[in-house]
Design a protein around this ligand. Structure first.
Ligand SMILES: Cc1cc2nc3c(=O)[nH]c(=O)nc-3n(C[C@H](O)[C@H](O)[C@H](O)COP(=O)(O)OP(=O)(O)OC[C@H]3O[C@@H](n4cnc5c(N)ncnc54)[C@H](O)[C@@H]3O)c2cc1C
Length: 410
């Protein structure tokens, strides 16, 4: 439980070597917007067997759906089911954690590109029909098509479901979608978008569901990449839907609105991010501690190594403490996912703690490196800019606190 076994260690070494060889040299051009991350994502999928593992999971699900099995009865990603457990590679959520940790040691932005891809593919896989899985989830999970997952709206961020204005109204045998989504990762280049909309139903109130929309559909436009504080290698943008007509079968999941169905939709949407983001933050923490220890041992001022000054040594000790706690939380999350015991409180607590500590540690690492830490030659200024996103995306710190408090008090 408290350390990686040989299989996970071997995977960690393979991903680390790939990141050093392929990702690190590509980051500066992607950060400057001179190269897109998607060819590299395909390379990652091919060379580390990730696309094959995800596709195999999707194909098993497809075979089950084709043979008449219905959607999973319990909320996806809470049920420990290999096909729906938050993108667990080969049914092992810890492999997913290791993958994201390693990517984010080098580029959290690139990790975000993968997370948005999985967010789209897994949303369709978890509850989509066989046709949706075959046509959209499979190519997205093979990294042949770029996926995006679009929940947030200009007027509906933290209150994403309550404030949702995007609608999908019945139009014969199809739906017409209208609305706007914002801050959507991969949106500027996405081929397949899982767009959340309030779907009209006969004789009942509308219900919020993901609806699959393909690029090229009339009425769908995406904006250019937005300028951001960090994660410059992860394109983020707006989605505009203006009477965008899609077949009725594009809705992911049933339109029934029982309490369980509503809860399942929300969990499916949010738990992947909240379960994966702690491992992304762990990657930032790990790298910051390593770089800072190395620098504190070698950099000399006033005739001493700077690590000999308490003002440098104590922040380092705090970073190491946070690293230990974050690692334990990531291991517990993976265990809970595997056992079908992941709940919203644990996911929110891990996401909150790891996001706060990664942000703090990255800024401390910049400080320990002085002027060199502020320069783009070292990875620390990017890690600090990128880390801040984890306190906002996937639900802000305040919303995680609200979720934890609610689970204690109700
Ligand atoms: C780089 C990036 C990538 C993203 N990618 C995606 C994506 O792929 N798909 C997607 O759907 N979304 C995405 N998002 C959107 C993200 O999930 C939202 O930004 C986030 O949920 C917050 O919503 P908001 O920005 O509207 O802030 P708001 O909800 O307007 O919040 C503003 C402030 O008010 C606080 N606040 C709000 N409600 C409460 C409350 N009840 N109690 C206390 N404080 C409160 C918040 O914590 C925050 O500090 C992305 C965001 C970023 C920055």
């Amino acid at each position: 439980m408290f350390e990686l076994d040989e299989t996970h260690q071997a995977f960690e070494s393979a991903v680390r070597a790939w990141c050093e060889r392929e990702l690190a040299p590509a980051v500066p051009a992607m950060e400057r917007g001179e190269a897109l991350p998607y060819p590299l994502l395909q390379k990652l999928g091919r060379e580390l067997g990730i696309a094959d593992a995800l596709a195999a999971t999707a194909e098993r699900r497809l075979a089950r759906l084709r043979s008449g099995a219905s959607a999973p009865p319990r909320p996806a990603r809470e049920d420990g089911n290999e096909e729906t457990s938050g993108g667990g590679l080969g049914g092992d959520p810890l492999l997913t954690s290791v993958l994201f940790k390693e990517l984010c040691r080098v580029s959290p932005g690139f990790g975000m590109v993968l997370m948005a891809t999985l967010g789209c593919g897994m949303t369709i896989l978890a509850r989509g029909s066989a046709d949706l899985v075959e046509r959209y989830a499979l190519p997205v999970l093979r990294f042949e098509k770029i996926g995006a997952w679009a929940l947030t709206e200009p007027e509906a961020g933290s209150d994403a479901f309550g404030g949702m204005r995007t609608t999908a109204v019945r139009d014969g045998d199809g739906l017409r979608i209208s609305g706007r989504k914002t801050f959507i990762s991969n949106a500027p280049y996405a081929d397949v978008l899982a767009v959340f909309a309030r779907v009209e139903r006969e004789g009942e109130d509308p219900v919020a569901r993901p609806v699959v929309v393909e690029r090229g559909t009339k009425g769908l436009e995406t904006g250019p990449p937005l300028r951001k504080m960090g994660m410059h290698d992860s394109p983020t943008g707006d989605v505009f839907l203006d009477d965008c007509r899609v077949p009725l079968g594009s809705v992911v999941g049933s339109l029934e609105s029982g309490k369980r169905a509503r809860g399942a939709a929300a969990l499916e949407t949010l738990n992947l991010e909240r379960a994966v983001m702690p491992s992304m933050c762990l990657g930032i923490l790990e790298r910051c501690v390593e770089e800072s220890v190395r620098y504190a041992r070698s950099r000399r001022q006033f005739g001493k190594t700077i690590g000999e000054f308490q003002g440098v040594a104590f922040p380092l000790a705090r970073m190491a403490l946070a690293l230990e706690n974050a690692r334990n939380l990531v291991l517990k999350l993976a265990w809970a996912q595997k056992q079908g015991k992941l709940d919203a409180r644990l996911a929110s607590a891990a996401k909150l703690y790891c996001a706060e500590e990664a942000t703090r540690a990255a800024l401390a690492a910049v400080q320990i490196h002085g002027g060199a830490g502020y320069m783009a030659d070292l990875p620390l200024e990017k890690l600090a800019r990128d880390a801040k996103m984890f306190e906002i995306g996937g639900g802000t710190n305040e919303i995680q606190l609200q979720t934890i408090a609610r689970s204690l008090l109700t």
